[in-house]
Design a protein around this ligand. Structure first.
Ligand SMILES: [Zn+2]
Length: 212
């Protein structure tokens, strides 16, 4: 039996996605546990990024203080189209916001029980898709900051759903979607100022999961 503060599982892209969980600085390969009996006890505590320990979060995975004051919980975290660091305008902590927002971002289309449009830092692409359980993904645009990706997402979102139906996603083989064709259709809705960021590369990343 092990005991620790549990964080998000690590994922890596293989024939089927590999999952591992770090407990007390040791990685446990969880794919080997599929089909086996395991028992997890939760001690009834959660921990905020500021290390405060509580019986429940105030909102969105934060304590009261962080939710209202931390740059990690500012409005633009939930709505990228509100980012302003590229204009030198501070929300809560300009230095932190510049570091976070002024980096290359992707706008992508993913198939996770239907089409989803999303944004991610370009360094996080595949990890984000695996976390969302997407079976296919394609990059629609690559932009120099988070705000531009939010602006493109907003203009495209009206034409696709961004809700993932988890139950449908876990219920077996995902339906194949022609993402290249959908990318070409949705590209028409990208505002003219941003069309130069549409990626010509139409590589579709395919992801398989160890579902039994
Ligand atoms: Zn906190």
């Amino acid at each position: 039996m092990h005991s620790n503060i549990i964080k998000k599982m690590n994922t890596s892209l293989n024939d089927a996605v590999h999952y591992s969980l770090n407990i007390n600085k040791q990685d446990y390969f969880l794919n080997n546990l599929i089909g086996k009996r395991i028992k997890i006890n939760w001690r009834g505590k959660v921990i905020c990024q500021c290390n405060k320990i509580m019986s429940k979060f105030y909102r969105s995975g934060f304590c009261y203080n962080c939710f209202w004051n931390s740059p990690l919980a500012s409005q633009s975290i939930f709505k990228p189209e509100l980012c302003t660091a590229h204009l030198d305008i501070e929300e809560r902590d300009l230095e932190w916001e510049k570091e976070f927002q002024l980096a290359p971002h992707y706008v992508y289309l993913a198939n996770s029980s239907g089409i989803k449009v999303g944004i991610t830092r370009s360094s996080q692409g595949v990890i984000r898709w695996m976390d969302q359980g997407a079976s296919q993904a394609i990059i629609l645009a690559e932009v120099p900051n988070r705000r531009f990706s939010g602006d493109i997402e907003v203009s495209i979102k009206k034409h696709v759903s961004d809700k993932t139906n988890w139950r449908k996603m876990l219920s077996g083989e995902p339906k194949y979607i022609d993402l290249v064709k959908i990318k070409s259709e949705l590209s028409n809705y990208v505002p003219d100022d941003f069309k130069k960021y549409i990626l010509e590369d139409n590589t579709v990343t395919e992801i398989k999961y160890p579902v039994s």
